[in-house]
Ligand binder design. Sequence first.
Ligand code: C2E
Ligand code: MG
Ligand code: MG
Ligand code: MG
Length: 284
Amino acid sequence: SAKGRGLNTYALYSPDMNITTREQIVLESSLRKAIENEEFRLFYQPQVDISTGELKGVEALVRWMHPSKGLIPPNDFIPIAEETGFIHQIDTWVLRTACRQNKKWQDQGFPHFRVSVNLSSMEFLDDGLVDVVKEALNESGLDPKYLDLEITETMTMNVDHAIPMLRNLSSLGIQISIDDFGTGYSSLSYLKNFSINRLKIDQSFVRDISKDANGTNIVSVIIAMAHSMNLEVVAEGVEQKEQLRFLQVQKCDEVQGYYFSRPIPAEEFEQSFPELIAKVKKLY
Ligand code: C2E
Ligand code: MG
Ligand code: MG
Ligand code: MG
């Protein structure tokens, strides 16, 4: 297991270290406190059925509520958490919190939808992952079909690991999505061997829809290929009506992006739920 590896990487301070390394030391020690003090927060972003506007899922996205720096986005601390091994505790916390939150929404009478959780590559490589997921499901009581794990294309490149891991995860009854699809170099021929449910088209391709015929072409190809393998397709980063229209014509299944909603905290999601649903319906 890679867990805990790297904890000593930054243990020694020397004046020769550059600023970046010193900043990393500072971040590393405050990351340790962040875990103890439970400073992480989950924001949720809707995934909407492209033909009906129905809410099909929410993606859980972690933020660090730093006591002095304020809200820190994941790209600024996940890489350090990966280098230092803290990512295991963060990913486990995210998984448990997302499962508990979704079950709570169901118990409160909200319509049922999936919750999607992002996994780091270290987590996906860890053979203990299946038990961690099982435990999160058991303790929350969430029906497995309402949990979705997002892994990136690059994580599947070690197919000898990926094929059995995906099979074991999907045998729990959960769903699996390939995130940022189209940006990695995974072998397409292996996709059919993977126990997965959907592909998430990377936002860089969605962004190109409005400007560039080539980008739109990649989107169309991914959707057709996914459907030929009985996979669903979610488009990420939808910001404009014309992108939505194009994706509708191409029969994309679901859309996610600022056009519908930014990621928001659970309380805001609950409070704005009726308006959110009404707003999404109006966008059609
Ligand atoms: P991702 O999983 O691909 O998540 C999508 C990112 O795009 C999110 O950024 C989201 O806020 C942003 N986004 C959504 N709609 C739009 C849009 O219409 N336009 C634009 N420009 N951006 C949009 P965020 O929340 O900053 O997360 C960044 C990345 O950090 C995620 O990319 C994911 O790889 C990672 N991450 C987030 N939460 C977790 C977590 O709990 N665990 C791990 N291991 N990684 C996480
Ligand atoms: Mg994601
Ligand atoms: Mg993505
Ligand atoms: Mg990403």
